[in-house]
Design a binder for this molecule. Structure first.
Ligand SMILES: [Zn+2]
Length: 415
């Protein structure tokens, strides 16, 4: 296929690092990178409408295939003209493969992950509980249960590609096997090899489905290979090499659970992946430091549901650290959440009012808090991008992290 679904151009690089700025051109507009991709799990950014997402600077959103497949169903989204029409967001949209939820929610349906199932040599099962076998991996795909009603389902790489093409996002992810943070090295290797075999199958199916779009004059979709290998340096490098040699439009880095893992994992991988393809850190943690470390080691896009989730739990970001707006010290505080914030909420409402909304369980509070937290993260990544362009990245990183975490704790991220 000659025409590529997306184009990526590197616009600047930071000397002596892997950090770069760039532009991803998609059928639904451009993304200036590094960029924070707003979490749109069930084809909605929780508590916000699409205009609010755009107003706070959100360039793109990421929807979850697993959730949409179960409800409302991907055929329905296709009938609505695809996910852009369905949710009325006309900017770029990413979809994940469903793999993360199949492994995390499928397992969580009853018991949660049982680490002992990984210790048996040659055991290809990640079953939660040997009696109920809620999630079972085979070389062909994964048996799992719906977290909604417990019904038995099966997903293979080709199914994930079909699901994502029906949803119709601009950038798709390969179906991969996520291992538990407690998985043993031999199991991590098995899962990685399976992830690679699945990536090859995804690519074949994806190109076949793109040919159909081409025949119907519909926009083409891009596919990212997803690098796995958990915390093992040799496996991460092997995974980056294997996938990097294949014709993906970009790359996702999956299974990075802890902030301490980000610098190393991302560096191992990005030193090997082809430089001219965009890289996405899948479902990163909730720490602002992660954004700096990711960008420094060559991440172009990030996604994370933490800013919205924390906002709904009254945990709000400020440049001086995170606050809980329900705290009694804010009862008569008539200043904004963050005096240096340019968001709609900070321009129009006080801490005392937002605290009141939370204490009274008023839904406006959730929405105002979400606007603020999302804007905080989006703006931080926008500032990171500008600082890479003008060479002030390390200065900005130091100032930001020392103010946010305090000088002592910031040292962990500045070493
Ligand atoms: Zn604000």
């Amino acid at each position: 296929m000659k025409k590529r679904p997306i184009e990526f151009t590197i616009t600047s690089k930071l000397n002596g690092t892997l950090a770069r700025t760039g532009i991803i051109k998609t059928p639904h507009g451009i993304i200036e990178t590094p960029a924070f991709i707003v979490g749109g799990t069930k084809a909605t950014v929780k508590t916000l409408n699409p205009d609010q997402v755009k107003d706070l600077g959100g360039q793109a959103v990421l929807v979850n295939s697993y959730h949409l497949m179960l409800r409302p169903g991907t055929e329905l989204i296709k009938s609505a003209g695809g996910v852009h029409n369905f949710m009325n967001f006309n900017g770029p949209i990413f979809s994940d493969s469903g793999g993360f939820q199949v492994f995390s929610l499928g397992m969580a349906y009853k018991k949660g992950i049982d680490a002992t199932s990984h210790s048996k040599k040659g055991d290809s099962s990640q079953a939660v509980n040997s009696k109920t076998q809620l999630t079972r991996v085979t070389d062909d795909g994964v048996f799992f249960r719906s977290h909604l009603d417990g019904s038995k389902l099966f997903m293979k790489p080709e199914d994930s590609m079909e699901v994502q093409h029906l949803i119709g996002a601009d950038i798709h992810m390969c179906f991969d096997e996520l291992t538990s943070p407690l998985a043993k090295r031999d199991y991590i290797k098995q899962a990685m090899d399976r992830t690679h075999a699945w990536a090859d199958r995804c690519l074949i199916k994806h190109e076949e489905l793109n040919e159909v779009h081409l025949g119907l004059s519909e926009p083409l979709q891009a596919l990212y290979g997803v690098v796995q290998g958990a915390r093992e340096e040799d496996y991460r490098k092997e995974s980056a090499k294997y996938l990097g040699e294949r014709n993906f439009d970009g790359y996702g880095i999956g299974g990075v659970f802890e902030p301490e893992e980000i610098s190393n994992t991302v560096r191992w991988v990005n030193e090997i992946l082809p430089e001219n393809k965009p890289r996405h850190l899948l479902g990163m943690g909730a720490q602002p430091a992660d954004l700096f470390l990711g960008a420094e080691y060559g991440i172009d896009t990030f996604d994370c549901v933490a800013p919205t989730r924390q906002a709904r739990n009254a945990a709000l970001f400020t440049l001086n650290g995170r606050i809980n707006i329900k705290n009694s010290c804010f009862e008569k505080d008539f200043g904004p959440i963050d005096k240096d914030c340019d968001c709609y909420t900070c321009k129009n409402f006080t801490r005392a009012y937002i605290r009141h909304l939370f204490m009274a369980d008023e839904i406006l509070g959730l929405s105002l808090a979400t606007i603020h937290n999302e804007r905080f993260v989006v703006r931080t990544v926008d500032n990171i991008r500008e600082s890479i362009k003008d060479g002030s990245f390390f200065e900005y990183k130091k100032d930001f992290l020392e103010r946010y975490y305090g000088i002592d704790r910031a040292k962990d991220f500045l070493a």
